[in-house]
Design a binder for this molecule. Structure first.
Ligand SMILES: *[C@@H]1O[C@H](CO)[C@@H](O)[C@H](O)[C@H]1NC(C)=O
Ligand SMILES: *[C@@H]1O[C@H](CO)[C@@H](O)[C@H](O)[C@H]1NC(C)=O
Ligand SMILES: *[C@@H]1O[C@H](CO)[C@@H](O)[C@H](O)[C@H]1NC(C)=O
Ligand SMILES: *[C@@H]1O[C@H](CO)[C@@H](O)[C@H](O)[C@H]1NC(C)=O
Ligand SMILES: *[C@@H]1O[C@H](CO)[C@@H](O)[C@H](O)[C@H]1NC(C)=O
Ligand SMILES: *[C@@H]1O[C@H](CO)[C@@H](O)[C@H](O)[C@H]1NC(C)=O
Ligand SMILES: *[C@@H]1O[C@H](CO)[C@@H](O)[C@H](O)[C@H]1NC(C)=O
Length: 443
């Protein structure tokens, strides 16, 4: 029985009451929001209302989940790392943040921890540093440093808020490892790629990237998910289900901030990845999805790294060479249904870019303070950059926008990648992609 038709009176009475309730809710909601925003939250009331557990287990895994949180009107924070490399001189919490490049809003950020010594919350002195490579954007990646006095045990969490009137209190767990015990920093190579945007949809490009770098000795992949298609997400979870070391980390930077920051916060993701891996991987490669560091005389990047005579390097600099992806395709080496970029484009521009210009790096995280897009901005202590000779290794950069007829005519054939062809065709990652393709999960 449809009561609305049978009893029109009841229907209109309910409609009347419904609208009234709706109106009250609508009027109250903005008021409630405003009330909450201007509420004078004290540390004590906040602790009472928040599940604050200073015993939270410490994870040294690089897969630790973080997310962007707002501290002030314009300052957002992502992850916090314990940095005691200057011990016993100083130890501090290094927080990766994004905020206005100019102005003084960061001066109003306050930082607290639960002190094991005094059994209470204490406020820590806070300093900040803008990270370079801002590309004249109005927002920039930055560090906030919370300085700990000596004798205080390493805190597990840090609480940030705007002072004097907090918008909200933000709790960040602190990533920490045992930097003293270097045997735990395994002889591993991880690779990090800047936040996906667009959304990024090319599942085969991702498959090729993971497959080839895995052959080259990479044992962990860290991608950041700003905007990624559903297919890419499903492909990544299939890889994870099959035990492949691939992670797609949440990068929920608000759009308004992302647009005002270079490459959706690439400078922040670069530092996050370096510090995230510091306790896990000895080496971290910082590249884009269309870039491959290809050793010319070794089977893997780790073998190439070990062969280097230089032992004072904190970062290796790989010189860039463009492979134009517009020019005639060499289909001999890849079937049409498996369009491997690295097997199809075997002609590169003769000119190899100079070091530090379009170059990419492999870093030793514990020897680096601030990474950059093309080179490391600041090394720790006296560690140095080392330019790997092009005869040893080149950065293969596959792009269509850089090809000119002239550069192609004078281009040189470079078949280095073909050394890895058989392994690439047999790769487990490619097999997974093919299975998903058959089921139309990826296209
Ligand atoms: C917030 O509350 C504290 C303690 O009740 C008080 O001392 C302080 O003046 C208040 N601040 C503002 C801005 O209302
Ligand atoms: C925190 O850990 C200590 C030592 O492991 C334990 O004695 C204490 O009960 C824990 N506190 C809470 C709140 O779980
Ligand atoms: C910082 O706090 C002071 C004191 O309340 C306030 O006058 C100032 O406007 C704040 N600065 C910013 C950039 O928010
Ligand atoms: C922003 O970048 C420019 C150009 O690289 C540099 O001169 C300036 O110092 C940077 N600004 C900050 C706040 O780092
Ligand atoms: C940066 O901020 C200034 C001042 O608010 C504004 O005039 C300029 O257009 C902004 N630049 C960009 C790239 O958003
Ligand atoms: C370092 O870590 C390894 C592996 O967990 C362990 O066997 C070793 O005892 C540790 N050394 C020190 C000095 O803690
Ligand atoms: C390593 O390379 C750097 C930079 O080229 C150089 O300054 C340093 O002397 C080299 N160290 C050794 C041991 O060869």
């Amino acid at each position: 029985m449809v009561w609305g038709v049978q009893k029109p009176k009841t229907f209109f009475i309910l409609l009347g009451w419904g609208s009234l309730v709706l109106t009250v809710v609508m009027l109250y909601f903005p008021y409630e929001t405003k009330l909450w925003k201007s509420r004078n939250i004290t540390m004590e009331t906040w602790i009472k209302t928040t599940n604050f557990d200073n015993n939270e287990t410490v994870s040294t895994s690089s897969a630790w989940k973080d997310n962007w949180k707002q501290v002030t009107n314009n300052i957002y924070v992502y992850s916090a790392f314990w940095d005691d490399r200057n011990k016993p001189l100083k130890s501090f919490i290094r927080i990766i943040a994004i905020g206005p490049r100019l102005g003084d809003e960061h001066e109003n950020v306050s930082c607290s921890i639960y002190s094991q010594n005094s059994k209470s919350f204490i406020e820590l002195p806070i300093t900040y540093e803008m990270i370079r490579d801002n590309h004249s954007k109005n927002y920039s990646a930055m560090y906030l440093f919370c300085h700990l006095s000596s004798g205080e045990p390493t805190p597990r969490e840090v609480v940030l808020r705007q002072a004097p009137i907090p918008l909200e209190l933000v709790k960040l767990p602190i990533h920490q490892g045992e930097t003293q015990n270097s045997t735990k920093i395994q002889d591993k190579l991880a690779v990090c790629v800047r936040p996906f945007f667009g959304p990024f949809k090319n599942t085969f490009a991702l498959a090729e990237f993971v497959a080839l770098y895995q052959i080259l000795g990479v044992s962990h992949f860290t991608f950041y998910n700003y905007k990624t298609s559903k297919q890419v997400k499903e492909f990544v979870s299939s890889l994870q289900d099959q035990g492949l070391p691939v992670e797609l980390i949440l990068w929920n930077l608000p759009k308004s901030v992302a647009q005002k920051t270079w490459a959706f916060g690439q400078m922040a993701s670069t530092q996050d990845c370096i510090y995230r891996h510091m306790f896990v991987s000895k080496y971290v490669a910082l590249v884009d999805i269309d870039e491959y560091i290809v050793p010319r005389n070794h089977r893997t990047l780790l073998e190439m790294i070990k062969s280097l005579k230089n032992n004072t390097w904190g970062s290796l600099v790989f010189r860039n060479s463009f492979f134009c992806t517009k020019h005639p395709v060499d289909l001999k080496h890849s079937k049409p249904n498996l369009p491997f970029t690295t097997l199809r484009y075997l002609t590169r521009v003769k000119y190899v870019s100079r070091a530090y210009f379009r170059s990419k790096s492999i870093v030793q995280p514990n020897r680096v303070v601030t990474g950059g897009i093309h080179f490391v901005w600041q090394h720790f202590d006296n560690w140095q950059p080392f330019v790997v000779p092009p005869s040893e290794c080149l950065l293969h950069h596959y792009r269509s926008s850089i090809c000119s007829e002239a550069s192609y005519k004078s281009g040189v054939e470079d078949k280095t990648v073909l050394k890895f062809k058989d392994k690439l065709l047999k790769s487990k990652v490619i097999k997974i992609w093919k299975t998903l393709k058959k089921r139309n999960v990826v296209t």
